[in-house]
Design a protein around this ligand. Sequence first.
Ligand code: ATP
Ligand code: MG
Length: 342
Amino acid sequence: MGFFDFLTEEIAIDLGTANTLIIHNDKVVVDSPSIVARDRNSGKIIAVGKEAAMMQGKTHENIKTIRPLKDGVIADFDASEKMISMFIKEIPALKKKLFTPSLRMVICIPSGITEVEMRAVKESAERVNGKEVFLIHEPMAAAIGIGVDIMQPKGNMIVDIGGGTTEIAVIALGGIVCDKSVKIAGDVFTNDIIYYMRTQHNLYVGERTAEKIKIQIGAATEDLEVPPEEMSVQGRDLLTGKPKQVQISFREIAKALDKSILRIEDAVMETLSQTPPELAADIYNTGIYLAGGGSMLRGLDKRLSQKTDLPVYIAEDPLRAVVRGTGITLKNLERYKSVINK
Ligand SMILES: Nc1ncnc2c1ncn2[C@@H]1O[C@H](COP(=O)(O)OP(=O)(O)OP(=O)(O)O)[C@@H](O)[C@H]1O
Ligand SMILES: [Mg+2]
């Protein structure tokens, strides 16, 4: 421990396409949508997180809402840096400090990220006062967060279905043995619903409404044990231009999402087929672990289980598995030094 260590604070960040989570002192202190609202005239950020999310789809010409991450990677560096820096400033324990503390941080990154993108994330973190910045691959963090012992000579398969990407990885001996990342996840499901409503019901709905439909009655299969009730959906009639309401059943949403789920199934099958036989034997016994918000789609676990003939388990609190694992890594940097990139 160095002399100035009392000035250093430790944080773990899951910078996701849909949600950003931060752990400080073992507690989740930030859990907010990855959205910023910017004033077009002054260029100033006027809101981030939940506040900015409320403005989404309801802005006038002077305000613009931006999602700085796309497909799991940073698309707008300026907006994402400002967003992170505002989130960090809002951490209650840091707000009270006289000096801006320097930060030791662990940030998770998608498994498919390039070297250049990785360096960019690191530089970005350094600009928000990160003195020591470590990166960890998302599926690895998810596995640690789920409670899998990743250091064992035993194969485990993790499927993290987030907002922007679905990351599939087979992990053993503290490393990713094979992986696949597809840009089909929660955001695509939401867009599938928008498209379905437009083409089948002539109803124009926004992103927030479509996401609500997905969460309330969304399904990956029509074969559900506890089907959700029908839902009334309001939007704009594309023919008359008038506001209108229709009743939607989960079966319709299952149809709307079918093609995207198929692509996730294919990616899982492909990763399984590339898994070395000894590890495949392990996975036969342990099954597949799901994490990420997308894994909460009704019946997705059942559908993946039927497709692969393997048991499928959803992580406890799937939206927080990755940040939990990132937090555990931060506290045990020595133990996990082989899985982090300095
Ligand atoms: N109950 C639910 N059913 C279906 N989808 C859900 C549910 N709850 C949240 N989601 C979806 O989960 C997604 C967000 O998940 P998560 O926070 O894991 O993504 P992320 O980590 O931000 O994205 P990524 O890892 O791709 O960068 C959103 O698309 C959201 O709509
Ligand atoms: Mg994620």
